[in-house]
Design a protein around this ligand. Sequence first.
Ligand code: GLA
Length: 378
Amino acid sequence: MTMEAKIKKEFEKRFGSEGTIYASSGRINLIGEHTDYNGGFVFPGAIDKCIMAEIKPNGTDKVRVFSIDIDEYVEFGLKEEDAPKQQWARYIFGVCREIIKRGGKVEGFDAVFAGNIPLGAGLSSSAALESCFAFALNDLFNDGKIEKFELARIGQSTEHNYCGVNCGIMDQFASVFGKKNNLMRLDCRSGEFEYFPFEPKGYQLVLVDSAVKHELVDSPYNKRRESCERVARRLGVETLRDATMEMLDAAKSDISEEDYMRARYVIGEKQRVLDVCDALVRGDYETVGERMYQTHEGLSKDYEVSCEELDFLNDVARECGVTGSRIMGGGFGGCTINLVKDELHDKFIETVKARFAEKYGHEPKIYDVVISDGARKC
Ligand code: GLA
């Protein structure tokens, strides 16, 4: 049974009626990691894996939601004090609250949802969930009047205010704005973006999922962000977007070694995104790949968001002659994204599976990337 059919069956069974189906996608990011909250550039695209929900207003002030994948039913009201304790339901509650806080309308509704975005892989299943509901509630209760960019911000504020992650805008942006066969270069300071057709001839994007997730207790993501903000303040700029290596070096003696390394990575990454966009237009995949390896190096050594397993996957890619490879997303586990020549594809997958299994006792998961549409009514 397809995901849509499962959802419909469950909705009918639980609520005895039929709602409207919406979906929003997970994302990849070719380059530009940890730059979004620094006012820099990112270069993501939505993928063909999504969260899908059937939703129908129920005429009450209660939200009733069933998650097929978690096999759990939750009911909550729409006031601030009604926050559910289940993390997955907080994403939906947060979206409702953020719409209401902005003066939008949300009333009670029934929903059933499911997804096929691998969890913990760094493909932004949470942003897809937020974007799916933000898009749907805009359509169902607000005549689609909330701007698309605002829908992405609603998801981002949900992370900040209801989930404790001070994330940037990239994931929700990609999930909302994704377009088939296109990557998007977003300037996270101005909000301007441009679609870049992405149909590389002779190459494929492959995700290698280490299937490890290092849950670190002290919220390392927020700590990275704090480091960047500290350095920006010290340099007298609004965000590291406005900082140069010269400025950073001139202030080196006043900055901790750790903060210096974090900022060095971010400043370098800013230029790499622009280089990759230019190289793509020229069809120069060697340069794209080279920058991806440089990003990995920076994320691993300076930003310190990689881990042993991901560094190993990166080494294997290099040894196999893969054009570009790097850790993708927030870090501390998840996937590497790899730009692989067609003729190397099968051999690379076979090798990386075998070598990873030999070292860590389980095979990594492999996903071919298909760049697809973002938030939509189905
Ligand atoms: C997570 C965050 C994004 C972004 C990436 C790193 O996915 O949600 O906002 O900061 O990490 O690039």
